[in-house]
Design a protein around this ligand. Structure first.
Ligand SMILES: Nc1ncnc2c1ncn2[C@@H]1O[C@H](COP(=O)(O)OP(=O)(O)OP(=O)(O)O)[C@@H](O)[C@H]1O
Ligand SMILES: [Mg+2]
Length: 216
């Protein structure tokens, strides 16, 4: 977690090796990831980016890209797991819907759900999720949040999320300010520390409480 512009996406893009560190190292299981091939990383890591990219083609093609020999059952199972099946089924052509150039006919939230299913069909050991900041409606955000909780089991995941309820459940929370980790620990550890996380949590909690009272 961290404010906008603090460097969260930059860090996960480094993990995905879209670019490599100019200083320091990224170790996976104790080994510099540059000692291994790009293919190795690709077959072990799944990601959902903040501005997800889709290829022109159908939703099915886009999910299958995660595992080229995936059957229709596997594709649908992945879509169900990430709560994408519901919205896909409601489309006139379902899984055969064309997503348009670069996914232009889909909303950001829908694109995230499709790339989420694509990542999951490949069953990666490492998983990266960079939640879209804007243009995702509250309902889709909730759908994505619930899906994230379901796929965490059995993998190491890096989740960039905006809701403290998602962040709170993490084993380790890293607080990023100006590209650096300034606090790290579990939700309880960080509350006890009464630092940056504590202040943010208290503020957001008060805001949410306030909104709830106003809606009554
Ligand atoms: N390709 C780039 N070239 C130069 N600067 C960049 C580039 N991408 C991002 N930055 C800068 O690096 C900093 C960190 O950006 P980053 O996208 O990692 O933030 P973020 O924490 O993901 O923010 P948000 O919560 O809005 O997604 C910002 O100041 C941004 O302007
Ligand atoms: Mg970002």
């Amino acid at each position: 977690m961290g404010e906008t512009g603090s460097g969260k996406s930059t860090i996960v893009n480094l993990i995905c090796r879209f670019y490599e560190p100019t200083e320091g190292q990224i170790l996976i299981d104790g080994r510099d990831y540059r000692e291994r091939s790009q293919l190795w990383l690709q077959s072990n890591l799944g990601y959902v980016l903040q501005s997800p990219h889709l290829f022109s083609g159908t939703i099915r093609d886009n999910i299958r890209y995660g595992k080229l020999d995936a059957s229709m059952e596997e594709i649908e199972a992945a879509a169900r797991l990430v709560n994408a099946h519901d919205f896909i089924s409601k489309l006139e052509k379902g899984y055969d819907t064309q997503v348009g150039e670069g996914g232009g006919r889909m909303s950001t939230g829908q694109k995230q759900l499709i790339s989420f299913a694509r990542a999951i069909v490949a069953d990666p050991k490492l998983f990266v999720f960079d939640e879209a900041t804007s243009s995702v409606d509250t309902e889709t955000e909730q759908v994505i949040q619930n899906a994230i909780q379901k796929v965490l089991k059995g993998r190491t995941s890096f989740i960039i999320a905006h809701r403290l309820s998602t962040i709170r459940a993490a084993d380790r929370i890293l607080v990023i300010v100006d590209g650096k980790v300034i606090e790290e620990g579990s939700h309880k550890d960080l509350l006890r520390k009464k630092g940056y996380y504590y202040r943010l949590y208290t503020n957001q909690f008060l805001e949410e409480e306030g909104a709830r009272l106003l809606n009554k």
